[in-house]
Design a protein around this ligand. Structure first.
Ligand SMILES: Nc1ncnc2c1ncn2[C@@H]1O[C@H](COP(=O)(O)OP(=O)(O)OP(=O)(O)O)[C@@H](O)[C@H]1O
Length: 288
């Protein structure tokens, strides 16, 4: 399986806004985390990969073929979970999956088998006959993932799969995604670092429509080694630290306030100690 994004540029507003600029990436099976702040171009990239938008320049190839020319044979291989918008509140979970199976053209016998299997995988068998309007945020996200899996996709696109969820639900969704990712290209767009930190084969950092980093999380973290520090300070020192450094975390305990900063050469006499970087630190160093 191979998805190639070749020199793709996408503009809006009659060319005045460049949402994606000369984007290049090769993706093979595994989980890819696309990380970037609001407006970085993640949704534009998702819409291009799902062939809902056409590039102004460049092309996207799946197994060497231009996806725009593959039409139905591409859609049959694609599963897409869009950002959660008004989902059919009066449908039960099961009816929603039947409806989506019909839209995807699944034969009835295959749909029946698949719907039961997926309801069980996303742990909604017991709630399948309740209306979606009564589902929690996490249950809605899980039924949306289930619909994206109805056609056994080779390519699974998840746009902000944990939006609006509490930390417990977020962990559950993240673990769930990593269990269904076998033999697929899974692309997760998010601005929540913890969604992808431990499950991604590669992380793609996006800024202003450009791909600025594409690498394994371990390699990205290795490059930050030595640049993340902690220091114990008193409350009165906090404003100066905050104005001088990129602060990635503040915690207080009985001894004072622990501040975590990202900086390669802190110009301060304080007792900084070097700590192991995490992806939050990386995100901060690029996006603050
Ligand atoms: N339909 C549109 N018309 C005009 N400009 C658009 C349109 N869609 C997106 N843009 C602009 O393109 C840029 C990239 O937007 P995009 O929605 O792809 O970013 P994003 O990373 O998905 O952001 P978010 O995390 O907020 O969803 C932004 O400057 C945005 O304002």
């Amino acid at each position: 399986m191979e998805l190639s994004i070749n020199n793709v540029t996408k503009r809006y507003n009659k060319g005045k806004t460049t949402a994606l600029s000369n984007y290049n990436a090769e993706l093979t099976s595994g989980i890819y985390g696309i990380l970037g702040p609001n407006g970085a171009g993640k949704s534009t990239l998702m819409n291009l990969i799902t062939d809902q938008l056409k590039p102004d320049e460049g092309e996207i190839l799946y197994q060497g073929q231009n996806i725009s020319r593959m039409g139905k044979s591409y859609r049959e291989r694609l599963g897409y979970m869009p950002q959660q918008q008004g989902i059919y509140q009066d449908f039960t979970g099961r009816r929603f999956l039947w409806y989506m199976a019909a839209l995807k053209g699944l034969p009835t016998a295959k749909a029946r088998e698949k719907i039961d299997e997926l309801l069980s995988i996303v742990n909604l068998s017991k709630d399948a006959d309740r209306k979606l309007g009564t589902y929690s945020g996490g249950m809605k996200q899980r039924i949306l993932i289930a619909q994206a899996l109805l056609n056994d996709p080779e390519l699974l696109i998840l746009d902000e799969p944990t939006a609006g969820l509490d930390p417990k639900e977020r962990i559950r969704i993240r673990n769930f995604i990593s269990t269904i990712a076998m033999n697929k290209i899974v692309i997760i767009a998010t601005h929540v670092v913890s969604d992808i930190e431990y499950i991604s084969k590669e992380v793609l950092l996006m800024k202003d429509g450009c791909l600025i980093v594409k690498d394994k999380p371990a390699n990205i973290l290795a490059k930050m080694e030595g640049n993340v520090r902690e220091v114990l300070i008193s409350e009165s020192e906090l404003p100066e630290i905050q104005s001088r450094y990129k602060v990635s975390n503040i915690t207080s305990d009985a001894d004072g306030i622990w501040v975590r900063i990202v900086d390669d050469k802190p110009q301060n006499k304080m007792n900084f100690r070097t700590v192991k970087p995490n992806l939050e630190d990386v995100y901060l160093s690029y996006f603050q």
